[in-house]
Write a protein that binds this ligand. Structure first.
Ligand SMILES: [Zn+2]
Length: 263
């Protein structure tokens, strides 16, 4: 686990699994508000730092267990209010049903009782505006601090050039969400897996252009009669590591199919 200070934000980088330090998740704590909680499997490390922070609010960017795994611990040990998108409220009240290998790797996500995001979250020095940004998941939310130009993006950004998707990811969702975000004034992106991106808006704009171009090309090839496999071979000829290590949960085919569906 590493941590640093960026302006008045505490930035914690922690491995998604302690045995595989290559994949990390970032937590951000600013002025009483914690953005995402980290995975349950890191309980031992995280319960060492949470009590030293005076957590008043928790903002969950989306339901995935690497972001929400410690929410039940926080609910039990602090008085913090926990917020998430309204679509996630009901499922949070039960233990998450996740594939066995994900639970093994990241730990379980036990039940907790969050509230739907209010229009804004006020802390002593800041106001954060939750913006619904489906694409990665349906319940995904980014948090904007307009005075600072900060945008907490959960898993919406990660890379400008994704080649693999999970089944439930939606390329149209990403495109519309980034278009929506880009109507706001922001600069710095705080990503759930990549940390701080200072030219965040520029990188998000690159991602938007890449996604639009990729979707157009895949639709064009499909209209010309190429099969999904042929499209995959032509568009993404190289093996993608994430595809193997996630047993195909992330795949090029999922991305292609998302381009060919209308949602
Ligand atoms: Zn996620």
């Amino acid at each position: 686990m590493e941590w640093k200070q960026y302006e008045d934000i505490k930035v914690v980088k922690i491995a998604v699994n302690p045995l595989f330090p290559l994949m990390s998740v970032y937590l951000y704590f600013v002025d009483g508000m914690l953005v995402d909680t980290g995975p349950r499997i890191q309980k031992r490390n995280l319960k060492g730092i949470f009590p030293s922070w005076d957590i008043k609010q928790v903002a969950l960017t989306h339901s995935h267990e690497d972001h929400t795994g410690m929410a039940s611990w926080i609910a039990k040990h602090t008085d913090a209010e926990i917020f998430c998108h309204e679509e996630m409220v009901r499922e949070a009240n039960e233990k998450a049903r996740i594939p066995w290998y994900r639970e093994l790797f990241v730990g379980p996500r036990f039940a907790f009782s969050p509230k739907p995001f209010p229009d804004s979250i006020r802390t002593q020095a800041h106001t954060f505006y939750p913006i619904h940004t489906p694409g990665h998941t349906k319940d995904h939310v980014c948090l904007l601090e307009p005075n600072k130009g900060w945008l907490f993006t959960g898993d919406l950004y990660i890379t400008p050039y994704p080649k693999v998707f999970m089944k439930e990811e939606s390329i149209s969702g990403y495109i519309e969400s980034i278009k929506k975000l880009n109507t706001y004034d922001y600069q710095t992106v705080f990503c759930g897996h990549e940390g701080i991106i200072r030219n965040g808006k520029e990188m998000m704009t690159r991602k938007l252009a890449y996604l639009q171009k990729t979707r157009n090309e895949i639709i064009r090839m499909n209209r010309l009669g190429y099969t999904e496999r042929e499209i995959s071979k032509q568009m993404f000829p190289e093996n993608v590591r994430l595809e193997k290590i996630t047993f195909g949960s992330f795949s090029r085919m999922n991305l292609i199919r998302s381009c060919l569906r209308n949602n």
